[in-house]
Design a protein. Sequence first.
Length: 334
Amino acid sequence: MAIALSEASWDELWEESWERAYCADSMDECDQIIEYPQQLGQGYKRNIELRNGIILTLHNYRFHDDLTVISTQSEATGEPYRELEFVFNLSSTSRYWQGDYVTSGQHYLVAHGCVGGFYCQELAKQPKLAVDIHLESAVFESILGNSLDILPLDLRQMVESSDRSLMSAFDTITPAMQLALEQILHCPYQGVLKQMYLESKSVELLVLYINQVQSNSRITSKIRLQSDDVDRIHEAKKILIQQIDNPPTLLNLARQVGLNDRKLKQGFRQVFNTTVFGYLHHYRMEKARQLLLEQRSISAIAAAVGYASPTAFNAAFRRKFGTSPKAYQLASRI
């Protein structure tokens, strides 16, 4: 059985869990254990506020059932706020708003803006074990010494943009990252020594992340594609279009066209100037807009373009076009 929650219901459950939070370290009141809502799963999140402005969140839990959380927030409230969330997923499978799957051994960055909802589906197949680094954009810039120009353009835009939530492409956790993550999860210290140790390890992870995206950027700019590679990339695009309602994972797509996943990712961006799932998302939205003009039902259109529910489709369409599917459809009748 799958469970679907609105963002408000999700927040309400977590507020109850926060009321029962307790210290994991008697020498550090900024190290809190928050047990997972029993209705949803077993396990906990551990939040550790560090002195350098970073918050570490250690996830260790298992869901009873697949869980979908949907937000349709479309307007900013309060003061502008920009948080970066570096997610290192050691075990679990999740699906996000563009249909992308993140699996064990992958990491990604989410830049949370003031505007835009989200869609996230957590699968109950595996226990969730992950380390998140949360920090405000200003903190990240200060760690870099205000040298954002060392970042690839797409990453720099994620850090600087504040009007919507953005997500990076998924990449592989390297052996060096894996070691730093294990050291964080098994920190041998308490009190101020723990703070110093985790501060250094969190910055180390950021260094490894930036080094990886810089390397990927250099590789992408230099990749050479043979004519056969280009044909295979175009075939991958055709498969995405044909299977829009249930697209393959990136790894399965690469296997179907006879490329490794890295060449498919880099080559697809080079040929079509977008990521594989960025293209899929754009195609889905354009297809949905066409179907809306044909006055089909919202639920039928959501299913036709591969969304698990009309609510998830509504949130994605609003993010893309700034209006709801229903409002767009009604306007087209005038």
